[in-house]
Design a protein around this ligand. Structure first.
Ligand code: GLN
Length: 481
């Protein structure tokens, strides 16, 4: 039995029987990372002594929901005393003095932290090419990108170097790489999971969420990390449902909307076909699917790139050479030190975002751009409010294309920004959504189906995903790595 190929819920069953120990899983994963990651570059900080020590220290109390289960963490989530760099030179050597709340929750549940995964610098991107550690490769085709920005987390799960992983999603960074790597990725409702200790990109959009091999694992992990946190005033004080149990409930009679704005001209025909067949299948399983409209969808990319860059420019102001990370050697004054730190520390996409965001917020342009974008954001949210009066969920493709070639879009930021066209609206509206595998192209590249739901109704989204998954075997396919 190759333990690295199993899901967390399968491993929990075997651990409970006492047939294996946490150290057995840990050693198998260490072997898998050593063997495969050179060709994929999904894992950026990895010290195999630490997870081994953690396994030894776990003891025999198996009461934690994830006792002995290994997990990888995106490099923008703070782990005390462990390198946390957002794949940016500016945070070189940074070891946070505290844990993100999700990390404390994982540790309390008995999970074993394995290491940190590659990402686009500060989560700016859709391809994991802007990392200071170099691009991550898609395990299905190493000439292609894994998606981004949580490309390292998605790729290590797809390659069976990991059981599951945490990512973060500001405009699609969990769902798009999950789709392009053939795994499950869930962005929870804004406020469902604490952002404390997630290094901020755009604070009104960011959420941490699971990337897993199946929906049950995503549900299990969400249950562990969700809940109110005094350290994050935007986390919401609502009970956390028992997701793994609720996903088993029937989906017969659910009303599902299929928005026409998500089947536009530029969409890859093989993606369209796979998603259409998935919708048919869900309909045959007893849900009622209906064409509908989300009329403000066409503004989502423009609104997102104003709101997200504005917030990013403000959040990144703290990286000034004083408090965190690198500081250049030869400086003549404080201003010179700030300038050189930012010049040498940030990559070109980060600089582009800071410039765009600063422009959108500057006096004279604020009303024309930022404040207008906020108004249109409200219209986009209202589209969903209206739709969810009638529908329990909405089905769309996750990404307009399968994984593209490394280098194909890097010099053309506008085309790159369009990769997020189907994922961005959910962040602007704050609603939960999941991407699950729903087919493959002729070239053998995975395609993802996106399921969007009402705020704080993760259970419906996961339930539809789980039932579809049970009726198909896309999620069981693995790349030859
Ligand atoms: N690809 C989008 C961007 O570049 C979303 C990134 C994210 O969700 N972190 O901003």
């Amino acid at each position: 039995m190759e333990l690295n190929k199993l899901t967390a819920h399968e491993l929990i069953g075997i651990l409970n029987k006492g047939d294996i120990l946490p150290i057995d899983i840990c050693n198998t994963l260490i072997g898998a990372v050593r063997k495969k990651d050179q060709g994929i570059n999904a894992v950026v900080h990895f010290d195999d002594k630490k997870p081994v020590e953690r396994c030894k220290a776990l003891g025999n109390d198996k009461s934690g929901a994830l006792w002995g289960i290994p997990i990888f963490i995106k490099d923008n989530i703070c782990v005390k005393d462990e390198l946390t760099t957002c794949s940016s030179n500016i945070l070189e050597g940074f070891r946070p003095p505290y844990n993100a709340t999700v990390i404390d929750k994982l540790l309390c549940s008995g999970a074993v932290l394995m290491g940190k995964t590659n990402m686009d610098e500060f989560a700016f991107g859709s391809s994991t090419e802007t990392s200071c550690y170099g691009a991550t490769r898609n395990p299905w085709d190493p000439e292609r990108i894994p998606g981004g920005s949580s490309g390292g987390s998605a790729a290590c799960v797809a390659a069976d170097e990991a059981i599951f992983a945490l990512g973060s999603d500001t405009g699609g960074s969990i769902r798009q790489p999950a789709s392009l790597c053939g795994v499950v990725g869930l962005k929870p409702t804004y406020g469902r999971v604490s952002r404390y200790g997630l290094i901020a990109f755009a604070s009104s959009l960011d959420q941490i969420g699971p990337i897993a091999k199946d929906v049950e694992d995503a549900a299990l992990l969400l249950k562990v990390i969700a809940g109110h946190d005094d350290m994050d005033s935007t986390s919401v004080d609502m009970p956390v449902p028992d997701y793994p149990a609720l996903i088993k409930q029937d989906i017969k009679g659910l009303k599902i909307g299929v928005p026409k704005e998500y089947f536009i001209k530029g969409i890859d025909p093989e993606v369209k076909q796979a998603v259409r067949s998935a919708i048919d299948k869900i309909e045959k399983m007893g849900a009622v699917c209906e064409d509908m409209s989300l009329p403000h969808t066409e503004y989502a990319v423009a609104v997102y790139y104003l709101v997200a860059t504005a917030e990013a420019s403000s959040n990144l102001a703290r990286f000034d050479g004083v408090q965190y990370g690198m500081r250049p050697g030869q400086v003549t004054s404080v201003i010179d030190m700030h300038k050189k730190t930012r010049q040498q520390g940030f990559g070109s996409e980060a600089k582009r975002r800071i410039i765009l965001g600063t422009f959108a917020l500057s006096s004279g342009y604020y009303d024309a751009y930022y404040s207008r974008a906020l108004k249109v954001r409200t219209l986009i949210k209202r589209d969903f409010d209206e739709a969810f009066k009638k529908y329990d969920a909405i089905l769309t493709p996750t990404s307009p294309t399968p994984a593209f070639k490394i280098g194909e879009k890097v010099e053309d930021p506008l085309t790159m920004y369009l990769s997020d066209i189907f994922t961005i609206s959910a962040n602007l509206a704050g609603i939960p959504c999941v991407s699950i595998p729903c087919g493959f192209t002729k070239a053998g590249l995975p395609v993802g189906l996106q399921i969007l739901g009402k705020a704080f109704d993760e259970e419906t989204v996961l339930k539809i995903a789980h039932h579809y998954e049970q009726a198909t075997d896309w999620h069981k396919r693995r790349p030859l790595t």
